[in-house]
Design a protein around this ligand. Structure first.
Ligand SMILES: *Cc1c(COP(=O)(O)O)cnc(C)c1O
Length: 415
């Protein structure tokens, strides 16, 4: 018998990904179709990447047009798609300058270099970040993170870095001094379990910045570009970071990241100080222009509206299953259900009902659907989610009965 794609992957690729048992054939709107033709409602969207869902005609058209012109020429040349996207971003956000990268981690790396270059002239060398943050898999990014699974046995990491508890103003006050160069944070943590910074904590950052003059680097790679119902996640606070990182949704599914820099850093870099071969790929930038325009025109509004509807549904579920759902987190279309139990079994149970969700931070079900999602999709998700919670409770009660020897559970109650 021919080996399956699952076996072939196992024998040919490094086994670093815990993949869902599903091979994708194609996508359309908020649906993915597997190689057996089954349709799935996708509330993961390529990990908060596919803001426009799948097969979005304007996006496809823009990509095809650019593919027919040129795929790549390198940053030796001036390229209209890059400049257009940079103009769109600067005009819409008020940031002064843009640098395009290929990925989120690469944007973070560039931002650390930019910050260091700014800080080194001022005797500022220390970089601070916060627990639960996720910034990518490169050495600079990992140096700004505390997750053992991602770091163990792979050090040493960057010196002059510290990862502090999030929302702990006292810890921050004792860490910051005149040598602090920058603080890096997700104002709404994604991977960390859909966790907001406290407004008080953000005020402490601002107050300390006033006192010591360091840079604030906002990692908006997941929360940015309309997902939370505002253009940036940090727009939910009274703050204007000095450097902003974008990636994930920016290229509409093509690899594209960006560093946005405000006035304070606009002249820090000179010719040759940073660069990339592929970053700012013209096809990705042409896609990015469509994404950003669609987000501004209507999808950010949909993220807010449909996000509110999602939240209402999650709260109804929480009221129905208070023993399982501890908290409804996030806003817009970046939501999380903090459970009292592990989230992974629910990902599998939802997949059986043809809905794709994701588990993060062990006990959080992360919901980051395409920004084109509709109320009817939310209804469909909520029905499946309810069934999964009912099934879970039924199984755990039959499992506890089973331990008395009267019934047999299909699955252990706790995994
Ligand atoms: C995904 C993500 C990154 C890393 O992006 P990559 O493109 O995977 O390198 C960094 N920061 C945040 C907040 C992310 O969600």
């Amino acid at each position: 018998m021919e080996p399956t794609i699952f076996e072939r992957e196992q024998h040919s690729m490094f086994q670093v990904y815990r993949r869902l048992p599903m091979a994708v054939e194609r996508g359309d709107g908020c649906r993915l179709y597997d190689i057996d033709g089954r349709a799935y409602l996708d509330f993961l969207a390529g990990i908060a990447v596919n803001a426009l869902g799948y097969n979005y005609p304007k996006l496809t058209d823009a990509i095809i047009r650019q593919v027919q012109s040129y795929l790549h020429v390198s940053n030796v040349f001036f390229q209209e798609p890059q400049v257009r996207l940079a103009e769109l971003l600067t005009e819409h956000t008020g940031y002064a300058r843009v640098f395009f990268s290929n990925s989120g981690a690469e944007a973070l790396e560039g931002a650390l270099k930019l910050a260091k270059r700014w800080g080194n002239e001022r005797g500022k060398h220390e970089l601070l970040a916060f627990k639960g943050g996720f910034h990518g898999r490169t050495y600079g990014a990992l140096s700004m993170m505390d997750k053992p699974l991602y770091k163990d046995g792979m050090g040493p990491f960057l010196p002059n870095t510290q990862v502090l508890p999030l929302n702990d103003s006292a810890a921050l006050r004792s860490a910051v001094n005149k040598e602090t160069c920058a603080v890096v944070l997700e104002f709404l943590q994604g991977e960390g379990g859909i966790v907001f910074a406290d407004p008080d904590f953000v005020n402490t950052i601002l107050e300390l910045q006033e006192q010591y003059d360091f840079l604030i680097i906002a990692d908006e790679i997941q929360a940015g570009i309309g997902r939370t119902g505002k253009f940036f996640g940090f727009d939910h606070f009274m703050v204007k970071p000095d450097i902003v990182l974008l990636a994930k949704a920016l290229g509409g599914g093509l690899p594209l990241g960006a560093i946005l820099g405000g006035k304070k850093v606009e002249n820090v870099w000179d010719k040759g100080m940073h660069g990339t071969t592929f970053g700012g790929n013209p096809v990705a930038c042409a896609a990015g222009e469509v994404v950003v325009k669609e987000v501004i025109a209507h999808l950010q509004h949909n993220a807010h509206e449909t996000g509110c509807y999602l939240r209402e549904n999650l709260i109804i579920l929480q009221n129905e299953f208070p023993s399982l759902i501890e908290e409804v987190r996030g806003c817009g279309l970046m939501m999380g259900l903090k459970l009292s139990v592990l989230a992974a079994p629910f990902v599998q149970a939802m997949l059986q009902r043809r809905v794709i969700v994701n588990a993060t931070a062990d006990t959080v079900i992360r919901l980051v659907p395409p920004l084109v999602v509709k109320r009817a999709d939310i209804d469909e998700f909520a029905i499946a989610m309810r069934e999964c919670f009912i099934e879970y409770l039924a199984q755990s009660s039959s499992a506890s009965t089973a331990s008395n020897g009267t019934a047999k559970a299909k699955q252990p109650a706790t995994v």
